[in-house]
Design a protein around this ligand. Sequence first.
Ligand code: G3H
Ligand code: ZN
Length: 285
Amino acid sequence: PLVPTGDLVAAAAAAHCAVAAFNVVTLEHVEAVVAGAESAAAPVVLQVSENAVKFRRGRLHPLARAAVAVAERAAVPVGLHLDHVQSDDLLRQAADAGFSSVMYDAARLPYAENLAATRAAADWAHAQGLWIEAELGQVGGKNGEPPLDAHAPGARTDPAEARAFVADSGVDALAVAVGSTHAMTTRTAALDHDLIKRLAAALDVPLVLHGSSGVPDDELTAAVTGGITKVNIGTALNIAFTGAVREYLGAHPKAVDARTYLAVGREAMAREVERTVQLLGRATS
Ligand code: G3H
Ligand code: ZN
């Protein structure tokens, strides 16, 4: 069934494990994520990012409705989350489109602007009954330098600043910069585990790890032990999908029916989801 994302994150926190949140772009992604979670008999979050909406020609509802329809019939609890939202227009479509949660991303802005924008988004989201995640990284711009990408290699979230940011913005969860980087195609990221523990001790909201495709399994498990409660994964699904499709088309140069290779790609994504959900669902502390 479709359930509130916030409930899944709270349940993961209580069980000392993490909930996996997968970015979906096509109907095949949606079906694969739910099938993989069903195989693992564990809850999962489907995420639609602002970039995915741009890919869907700027329209949220077609993919969102597909996600809702698949989630409602799932054998495991499924949350639906709107990810990396920068546009206020998109933010305001969330509740109507069936989302129970959003990640509002103003991390590119200097601290004071990030806080002001996030606080306004949090006030709006809470009035709609939405759970809201935001992001704070090593924010540049304080001394005249340009703002940094919060997930650039080397960017880090400061625990004291994060504590103030959460208190002053009222968000329900915080995405933190602890060594992961978005869109990595190798699992070579080394996380700052001491920082994760210090952030977990400083904050009373769940911590979210972004860019998790580049994080090795043992690093991910250690991150969950340290206090990460929601793990966002996108690129790893596309690596699995594209690799399987490439291999199939290489072996079947005369194939024309899209269903033949989409089925192979969907299955490869489902196995990747199953593997990751099992890894994250194990209690680690
Ligand atoms: O919000 C989405 C995630 O941070 C995905 O990152 O594609 O690097 O796994 P990834
Ligand atoms: Zn992300």
